[in-house]
Design a protein. Structure first.
Length: 334
């Protein structure tokens, strides 16, 4: 298999155009915009085919998302996002939601979300210390604010997500079923494979925690914009709040650091000096990386999706950089 290359996260989505939306959906967004829609360039980031675009009309711009109930997974995700956004504390760094509505259109229900349009950019093109600092500051704010959520909005636990009876992730036996790594990953010897399996199983303990997490923090779910109160420190806004989970407070931060590390940033000081991860057990961090790698290997081996042609590439690429980081942290030699 060809080794996975880096992913351009600004160009991963394949979405339906504005013209494909039912008239009722178009009319509701135009009403929210306060003018007929003149242009609707689609969002290039993400791994779903749900409608997402910046709508422009008159002198206004908004960011719109929409999905029909017939598209069960995306519809459920947008409904969940609307529920969570309604419950989030207002001081958290996320784009302002103008409205979220369920409306009938074309014989089914549609979930609509309409946000302020952010003048900003996706980090990671390439990653810089400045952008990583903005993400870190926002994540500290998010970690504090999410603890105020009502219990019913906190999501399931990471332990159940990966190891529960209903889990479909296959992480527990990933390395036993695959007694050697896929060819796109750096090869490990039997001792290293056994250690990787032990680390993965340690995830049952490592991922225990009651911190509420965004749980899907990647570059394509982050926007960086200038800070009106500072000429030097930008602000990171977090998007796509439909995968909340509970676990250790450092889990979002550690999973994100995989990508800046691959881009050449020395993430060691960020890991050891951040209030989020300074006190984390290093073996527990490695266990989380191993669990995430097992998930990415398992998911990345599934058939490609026509509606998300870059999803498996992303998963295989992420698995590779996770194994590379684990190998460095465990001092494995090839």
């Amino acid at each position: 298999m060809t080794p996975p290359v880096g992913v351009d996260y600004s160009q991963t989505a394949r979405r339906q155009p504005w013209s494909a939306l039912p008239a009722a959906v178009q009319h509701r967004f135009a009403a929210g915009l306060g003018a007929p829609v003149d242009s609707a360039p689609l969002a290039g980031g993400g791994f779903t085919n749900g409608f997402a675009a910046v709508l422009t009309g008159g002198n206004r711009r908004v960011f719109a998302k929409a999905a029909p109930a017939t598209d069960h997974l995306i519809f459920a995700a947008y409904v969940r996002e609307a529920e969570v956004l309604a419950a989030l504390p207002a001081n958290l760094p996320f784009p302002l939601l103008h409205f979220a509505e369920l409306i009938p259109a074309a014989g089914t229900q549609w979930q609509l979300l309409c946000f302020e349009a952010i003048d900003g950019y996706m980090p990671g093109q390439p990653w810089t210390a400045t952008d990583l600092g903005a993400v870190h500051r926002s994540l500290l704010t998010v970690q504090s604010g999410l603890q105020e959520l009502p219990a019913e909005f906190s999501g399931g636990s990471m332990v159940d997500d990966f190891f529960g009876a209903d889990s479909q992730t296959g992480v527990s036996d990933c390395w036993l079923v695959n007694d050697r790594l896929p060819s796109y990953l750096s090869p490990l010897n039997p001792q290293q494979m056994a250690e990787l399996q032990d680390l993965t199983l340690l995830g049952r303990d490592a991922l225990v925690g009651d911190a509420v997490l965004h749980n899907d923090l990647r570059a394509d779910n982050i926007l960086i914009r200038s800070n009106p109160r500072s000429t030097t420190e930008p602000v990171a806004l977090f998007c796509d709040w439909n995968f909340l989970s509970t676990g250790p407070a450092w889990a979002d931060w550690v999973a994100l650091l995989v990508y800046p590390r691959h881009a050449g940033i020395d993430v060691g000081p960020w890991l050891t000096e951040s209030p989020l991860s300074a006190d984390a057990d290093p073996d527990h961090i490695d266990a989380w990386l191993a669990v995430l790698a097992a998930y990415m290997v398992t998911s990345g081996s599934q058939p490609d999706l026509a509606t998300s042609p870059f999803l498996r590439t992303h998963q295989r690429f992420t698995a590779r950089i996770l194994i590379d980081w684990i190998s460095e942290r465990r001092h494995w030699e090839f």
